[in-house]
Write a protein of this length. Structure first.
Length: 397
């Protein structure tokens, strides 16, 4: 039995939202030999439960009320910002804490829910692993300048055939595969990190340097943050040699220079601490236990975000074009932007679906006035969050 206290003398009941790759792996982790203090109470799906192959097939439900009422903690991992917003709303109404593996939800609408209940992204995906690494480096006396993510490959406009092949090979959905390949996912992750820790970005779309010398490149990013931006930044590197993980680059007390040199961290003034792995669902259980212990959130998008992820056209898109979904689309991709530098932009997570009112050119940032968004459920929340950065016309009802 682990050190996590039982909930009212029994196993803590975890309600899982979603039935994709992450859900399947998470359920297996929660049912592992070292999780005898936890149990999966329900798994929420919007699909035909009889047609699904899932390790918790006996716990599948299509009822959000049944899931929330029957659990002590909701774990949201659908990857769908609109669905996640509905789930979190219902969970908070019932007083349930929510843990997520869903950076897309946090950056799209998560700030609306901050302070209304306990909401946190989990350790495991890069934002959560960066949050855990940040706790460590702060305890060791470092002052972060770069919250860094690692990516092994980037293709801003992959073809449907390529993506279908990779989706099948990796066991992921087509949309997940596209979003990971065209950079949308890493832009979302780093926007979440910047907002969570009061950092910023150096420019639209981040630096994203393609360099295999990870530590020297991380120190160069720290120098850029220190000397040019004047504030901590979130960014990433594309490396063919580094296992995708995370790093933090920053400074330390000059009086510790001799010790840091002995610890093989170099001569300074910028030092790099890395975590070369992120094990997603295997690490996410740590955050479930963190919340059950009452230790509070690990990372969320903050109540007042300064960084968003805008929808950018991959090619010329004609008026009347229907975009079924923004994240994981062959029509648009996401780029991190500062609200104050991109007034009126449409966050990519809200395009579920959208119809273009006018023709947009390749590389153009979509504006609120450019799109018709038929479902107001998510739109109203996101427009309110974007209000300080909206143009006068876009803000009009």
């Amino acid at each position: 039995m682990s050190a996590v206290p039982l909930v009212e003398g029994r196993r803590a009941r975890i309600g899982v939202v979603g039935t994709g790759f992450v859900s399947r792996s998470l359920v297996r982790a929660l049912r592992g030999p070292r999780c005898d203090d936890l149990e999966v109470s329900h798994v929420l799906t919007r699909r035909d439960a009889h047609a699904l192959e899932h390790p918790a097939a006996d716990r599948l439900t299509r009822s959000l009320d049944a899931l929330v009422d029957g659990c002590d903690l909701v774990f949201e991992c659908s990857g769908d910002p609109k669905h996640a917003a509905a789930v979190v709303t219902r969970a908070f109404e019932a007083g349930r804490p929510v843990v997520t593996l869903d950076a897309e939800f946090h950056v799209t609408a998560g700030s609306h829910f901050v302070g209304r209940g306990l909401l946190t992204e989990a350790e495991g995906d890069q934002p959560g692993v960066l949050a855990a690494l940040r706790e460590r480096v702060l305890d060791m006396g470092f002052e972060p300048l770069v919250y860094g993510n690692m990516k092994g490959f980037l293709n801003l406009d992959p073809t449907p055939a390529e993506m279908a092949r990779w989706a099948q090979r990796q066991g992921l959905s087509l949309a997940q595969t596209v979003a990971a390949t065209d950079g949308t996912k890493i832009q979302i992750e780093q926007a979440l990190v910047a907002n969570a820790f009061g950092a910023t970005i150096s420019r639209r779309g981040l630096e994203g340097w393609a360099r295999d010398d990870t530590e020297p490149a991380a120190r160069d990013l720290a120098r850029l943050a220190d000397e040019q931006v004047g504030a901590p930044i979130a960014d990433f590197l594309v490396s063919r040699t580094q296992v995708p993980g995370v790093f933090i680059a920053g400074t330390h007390d000059p009086a510790q220079a001799e010790a840091l040199r002995y610890f093989k961290l170099g001569d300074g003034p910028y030092y790099v601490v890395t975590n070369p792995q992120h094990l997603v669902t295997l690490e996410a259980v740590r955050t479930v236990r963190r919340v059950l212990r009452g230790d509070g959130p690990l990372i969320h998008n903050s109540a007042r975000p300064t960084v968003s992820v805008a929808a950018v056209a991959k090619r010329r898109l004609l008026a009347g074009t229907r975009i079924e979904r923004g994240i994981g689309s062959f029509q648009v991709r996401g780029e991190a932007v500062r609200f104050d530098e991109a007034p009126g932009h449409v966050p990519i997570g809200v395009l579920q679906p959208a119809v273009l009112r006018r023709t947009v050119e390749a590389g153009e940032v979509l504006q609120w006035d450019d799109v018709e968004l038929p479902d107001p459920a998510l739109v109203d929340i996101v427009r309110a969050l974007c209000a300080p950065g909206l143009t006068t016309s876009a803000a009009a009802p």
